[in-house]
Design a protein around this ligand. Structure first.
Ligand SMILES: *[C@@H]1O[C@H](CO)[C@@H](O)[C@H](O)[C@H]1NC(C)=O
Ligand SMILES: *[C@@H]1O[C@H](CO)[C@@H](O)[C@H](O)[C@H]1NC(C)=O
Ligand SMILES: *[C@@H]1O[C@H](CO)[C@@H](O)[C@H](O)[C@H]1NC(C)=O
Ligand SMILES: *[C@@H]1O[C@H](CO)[C@@H](O)[C@H](O)[C@H]1NC(C)=O
Length: 198
C-alpha cells in the first residue's frame, strides 16, 4: 500500500498530470447583431415571427420589401441593414411575438417608433413585454406624440446581467389594445473563453 502511493506520486508522473490541465486564459466579449430580416450575422439563425398568417390573408408580419406599396412606413435607409419588420396587433389576434436565439451575457433590442398623429387613423402606440428563457424580464410602451416622425434606433430593452450561455428572447404583444411593433435589430454580447493547455 505504502509502495503504491509512493509510485503514484513519483516525480516521473507529475509532468503528465500538469500537461493535461487546461488553464483559463481569458474571456473576450464581442457584440454581434441579429437583423430582423437577415438574422444573426455570425450563426445565420433567423428571427421567428408568430403567428404566421398566410400572405393571402395578410400577412400579419411584413417587412420593407413585402410592404413596398404601403405609405407611412419607416425609411429602410434609416434602419439597421436597410430592413425592418412590423405588425399591427389587434385584440382578436390574442398574442403575437418576435423570437430570437442568442448566446452570451448581454442583450440590447432596438425598435423603430412611429409617431402617427391621432387623426391619422393608424395605430400609434407601441406595447410589448420581454421574456428570457420563458421568464418575464421587462416591458416597453410608447405613445405617439403626433409628430408623424419615425424615431430610429430606439433601445427598447437592455439586459447586461445575463448568465453566459444559450438563451431565447421572446417579445410578445397581447391584451385588448391595438399596438404597432416595428422590430429593427438586436445586439448581444458573445463571450469567447480561451482555454490553453500548459
Ligand atoms: C455592445 O453594445 C452595447 C449597445 O450598443 C454597448 O452598450 C456595449 O458596451 C457593447 N459591448 C461591447 C463588448 O462592445
Ligand atoms: C420580406 O417579406 C417577404 C414576404 O414575407 C419575404 O418573402 C422576404 O424574404 C422578406 N425579406 C426581405 C429581405 O424582403
Ligand atoms: C417620436 O417618438 C420618440 C420616442 O418616444 C420621441 O423621442 C420623439 O421625440 C418623437 N418625435 C420626434 C419628432 O422624433
Ligand atoms: C436579465 O436577465 C436575467 C435572466 O438571464 C433576469 O434574471 C434578469 O431579471 C434580467 N434583468 C433585467 C434588467 O431585465
Amino acid at each position: 500500500m505504502g509502495r503504491c502511493t509512493q509510485n503514484f506520486l513519483s516525480p516521473l508522473w507529475l509532468p503528465l498530470f500538469i500537461v493535461s490541465l487546461p488553464a483559463f486564459v481569458g474571456a473576450t466579449p464581442t457584440n454581434q447583431t441579429i437583423d430582423d430580416v437577415h438574422g444573426d450575422s455570425v450563426t445565420g439563425a433567423q428571427v421567428q415571427y408568430l403567428p404566421q398568417v398566410p400572405a393571402s390573408e395578410g400577412p400579419l408580419w411584413f417587412n420593407q420589401t413585402s410592404c413596398s406599396k404601403c405609405v407611412d412606413v419607416p425609411d429602410a435607409r434609416s434602419s439597421f441593414d436597410n430592413t425592418w419588420t412590423s405588425a399591427l396587433y389587434l385584440a382578436d389576434i390574442g398574442s403575437m411575438s418576435v423570437s430570437v436565439k442568442f448566446s452570451g451575457t448581454a442583450l440590447y433590442v432596438f425598435f423603430i417608433l412611429p409617431n402617427f398623429s391621432a387623426d391619422s387613423g393608424l395605430a400609434s402606440s407601441v406595447r410589448c413585454i420581454f421574456f428570457i428563457d420563458g421568464a418575464l424580464v421587462g416591458s416597453f410602451a410608447h405613445d405617439s406624440d403626433g409628430s408623424s416622425v419615425f424615431k430610429y434606433d430606439v433601445l427598447a430593452y437592455k439586459n447586461a446581467t445575463i448568465m453566459n450561455g444559450d438563451h431565447v428572447l421572446l417579445i410578445e404583444t397581447t391584451g385588448a389594445d391595438p399596438a404597432l411593433i416595428i422590430f429593427d435589430y438586436a445586439v448581444y454580447t458573445y463571450v469567447s473563453i480561451l482555454l490553453v493547455d500548459l
